[in-house]
Design a protein around this ligand. Structure first.
Ligand code: SF4
Length: 376
């Protein structure tokens, strides 16, 4: 497989590690070399350095899903969280194995939207709004289009595929929402789940009025404006929810010429107070474009911020929230787990394989491929 590698520029050495960590790193490198092109290790930007140093490819969930779809490797080890490995399994062929080093590495935001809750909301919104399900609509009907963030279970992607909907990531959310509105008809709307903040921030960037947005919380009385354009599931990311406008004001007070860049999973007020916002890939590029000496506060997961700081000696980079913790589930991918799955692969076992049930593969693949086919 030939592709450009979006690896970070840190010179990883074993010098900073203790003897046990260094032995694990050496053995991982040895096994990787033995397996050659049969093995591909994908790493998300939020992984710790001791994992990233072994990744063949580093990226956000959009880039990694594209790279997984293009790969011919027999075994793909996904150093990220469960929904990412599911997407990789859907997009790769039946004879490729997608492996998650720790099966407990999930995502609290993805867990906030369950299929049965979404199905109940779907029926209620259709009935109250008079909109049509795209799967059964007649020509000229105004429709409700389901859009799920990549950070969701495969069965929700399948739901979107079966109901004329699509998947989005933080890299492409505006383009995907435009795709949805082009199909919804003039009075149509979007049901966006599970992250209310990404949905709201993207809607605002497209000029949608806050009055035309509604938040949907399962099990509660939910109001629905007559001219609703986007219904936002109540979910959120516990890491990005911690960033505040007060932190931005405090940074600006100390650094009047400094810049603030945040992820669109942050609340609306934070995104609006920042100088720029975008996906992890966007943040990486934004930081790299700044002049030497620039002070930058970054509102995203701490492992990525620390890596940006270590990569760019010429810049002064800090996390917007000095005490922010790593994403606890991304952090569950410890090098010892990576080594364990590699040892077992070397012995002929396929450990921790993430297999999406055939019954939901088709719809989920339709929704993912719709996303990948849209040029950003
Ligand atoms: S950073 Fe937030 S959205 Fe991403 S995996 Fe962690 S909890 Fe989920």
């Amino acid at each position: 497989m030939t592709m450009s590698l979006p690896m970070c520029a840190i010179d990883f050495t074993n010098d900073a590690m203790g003897p046990e960590e260094a032995a694990i790193a050496d053995r991982i490198a040895e096994l990787k070399q033995q397996m050659g092109e049969d093995l591909l290790i994908l790493g998300h930007h939020y992984q710790r350095d001791q994992i990233v140093m072994h990744a063949d490819l580093l990226g956000d969930s959009f880039l990694l899903s594209e790279l997984a779809a293009k790969s011919n490797a027999k075994n793909i080890i996904f150093c990220g969280v469960h929904f990412m490995a599911e997407s990789a399994d859907i997009l790769t062929s039946d004879d490729q194995n997608v492996i998650l080093p720790n099966m407990r590495a999930g995502c609290s935001m993805a867990d906030m939207a369950a299929l049965n809750e979404v199905e109940i909301a779907w029926e209620e919104i259709l009935e109250r709004s008079g909109l049509s399900d795209p799967a059964t609509a007649s020509e000229g009907d105004s429709c409700l289009i389901p859009v799920t963030y990549m950070n969701s279970a495969a069965e929700l992607k399948d739901f979107c595929g079966r109901h004329g909907g699509i998947v989005c990531t933080s890299s492409n959310a505006a383009g995907i929402l435009q795709w949805a509105y082009d199909r919804a008809g003039p009075n149509g709307a979007v049901l966006f789940f599970p992250d209310q903040h990404l949905g709201r921030n993207t809607g605002i960037s497209m000029g949608i009025d806050l009055e035309q947005m509604a938040v949907w919380t399962p099990g509660q009385e939910n109001s629905l404006p007559d001219d609703v354009k986007i219904i936002l599931w109540h979910g959120f990311c516990s890491v990005h929810k911690r960033f505040t406008v007060a932190q931005i004001e405090s940074f600006r007070k100390e650094n009047p010429d400094g810049l603030v860049v945040v992820h669109p999973e942050c609340p609306m007020e934070v995104v609006q107070a920042a100088d720029a916002n975008g996906s992890t890939e966007f943040i990486r590029r934004y930081v790299a474009q700044q002049s030497p000496g620039t002070k930058i506060a970054v509102g995203t997961e701490i492992n990525m911020v620390a890596r940006l700081d270590a990569t760019h000696d010429e810049l002064d980079i800090q996390c917007l929230e000095p005490t922010v913790c790593p994403c606890s589930t991304m952090y569950m991918i410890h090098p010892a787990y990576l080594l364990d799955v590699l040892e077992r692969l070397a012995e002929g076992e396929v450990p921790n394989q993430v297999i999406v049930e055939k019954s939901i593969q088709h719809g989920a693949k339709v929704a993912l491929e719709r996303m990948l086919s849209i040029k950003q």
